[in-house]
Design a protein around this ligand. Sequence first.
Ligand code: GUN
Length: 294
Amino acid sequence: MNLLDGKLVSAKIKEDIKKEAAAFTAQSGRKPHLVAILVGNDGGSETYVASKMRNCELVGFESTNIRYDVDVTEDELIAKIEEINQDPNIDGLIVQLPLPKHIDPEKITETIDHRKDVDGFHPINLGRMQRNLPCFIPATPYGIMLMLEHYGIDTAGKKAVVVGRSNIVGSPMSILLARNSNPGNCTVTLTHSRTANLKEEVLAADIIVAAIGRKHFVTADMVKEGAVVIDVGINREESTETKSGFKLYGDVDFEEVSKKSSWITPVPGGVGLMTIVGLLKNTLEAAKGTVYPK
Ligand code: GUN
């Protein structure tokens, strides 16, 4: 078993981002700037947004966290997004999901100017990604591709099975792995709650991406000897063992699966850290205008 070490890879890439951000700031007289909107006080979302903001500071970006009470109206949120769309000093904008039930996430996503959509959720970015055109790639799949690239994992011609079809991870991940690029060129199966014989599908995989949001869903009996296993799960459970009062569990039973896998990501210390890197890279590209020229 070899570890796909998110701590190591993210630290290395963040060093590169920091240098590029310094060069951008020296040339433009301002820092790359990310705005994150957080609605309500979901514990997980609070933690993720705080981490995004902290990492922006670490690499020399400006970051702004705009918070709303859980009862903010959709119109209020849309007005704020439209204001940010017009602000030339803001490069990237994310609205943390999930949103309260009375707010339509599709409407919010489509209101964000696709040139500032560093989450890569806007249909223009998703369409461009599918066509292999310059775009913002959703942060988690982007981070996973960077991880595969860093370790030189051979993906061409391999059978990849993605477990979970979310808009944020599973669905874009399946597109990226199938694209004619490196990493890429996989034969991809996208599995979900209605998949028949899920165990057999996963057992056939050379590369498994577990993004279903259920603690230890992927067990050793579902994994082929030598498979590459990417665990996207961040399942939080209350715990008296940790300072934060929470313990994180992946979607993969690491203890048992790591005995069979050739490569595997730990939780924590794997994909979560790479998601941040994906977001930072998108924000830098938004500032520089490399994806959408300014
Ligand atoms: N909620 C869970 N993951 C994400 C993400 O990558 N971006 C946003 N905006 N919300 C999320």
